[in-house]
Design a protein around this ligand. Sequence first.
Ligand code: DOR
Ligand code: ZN
Length: 368
Amino acid sequence: MSGDRLTIPSPADFHVHLRQGEMSELVTPHVAKGGIDLAYVMPNLVPPLTSSEQTIAYIEQLQKLAPQTKFLGTLYLHPDLTPEEIKRAAKAGVRGVKSYPRGVTTNSDSGIEDYEVYYPVFQAMEEANMVLNLHGEIPSDADKGICVLNAEPQFLSHLEKIHKQFPRLRIVLEHATTRAAVDCVRRLGDTVACTITPHHLELIVDDWAGRPINFCKPVAKLPDDRAALRDVIREGHPRFFLGSDSAPHPLANKYPSAASRGSTEALVHNCGCAAGIYTSPILLPLCATLLESFGALDQLPKFVSENGRKFYQEPASEGRQVVLRRVRNKVPEVYVHDKHTNRSDADGQKLQVVPFYAGKELAWEIEA
Ligand code: DOR
Ligand code: ZN
């Protein structure tokens, strides 16, 4: 693994947002561009994917946009989701169910408020060997002392409770950002795993406050939290692996301008910056660059391929591998949909997405 070349067996991203319409056309082929063979795709579309038919149709669309990539589909945990639907979904090849607490992030308005009502669904998932993917935050509530900085630690009792009730249900705590979350997953049994994003290995609070490009949910936390994420990868813990949470938003939604909002009133009250960081097209070189920066390059194959594939029971196909070579390369400032290249952006209608690390250098690139 040392020197100027790294060979990685069939990299997999176990948490990615590939959207709909023109955004999906732009970003879906970027999964392979970023060195990833297998993508586990999130269901927070508009409307969310709440039936197996919807998920299967969506995966077919993605497969047409990027035939070389393998896509695995998920369902959105929702009152419409019954144990019968879980059985149907499992038979149809849907691999997991994603739970979003209501209102904590992009398209989570249909999210859940209480886990116990879903116990019959979890039971059916356990029987069908499906994975429960948890967005591990509780909604902010100033009266109860809950805010974005403690929303994840406050969620962990829900994870422990669900695991205790369903010890054979495979659960993934998604995009962990805190030492508390890492410690909790370590403590729980072999059926509980955890994804880590590259951006949370790099960012702390100071990096997103006032900088929309680095704003995502859960927000990046304190230096000690980041150290815990780095340590657990450096140690090669088998239940922690890559889920990029690559989440593209049009530039106009990351940086909504006063002009495009019309009135001061609208600007002040509705001008939220969309949560999400876009990493798909640079994912593998970014992971290599970051892991090397904190002395964990030797763990790259485990982090981006072996650990996640083992947990998801998705072995790498024979002979599929990606080679990285040590070449310094600048990350593009922006990705633009082909149909929009010649459009003006005066009205914010040009479909363009700014990636994480825009204009910065990566230390590795994918060998063609
Ligand atoms: O930052 C985020 N963006 N976090 C999520 O949980 C959702 C995602 C999105 O879909 O934009
Ligand atoms: Zn996500």
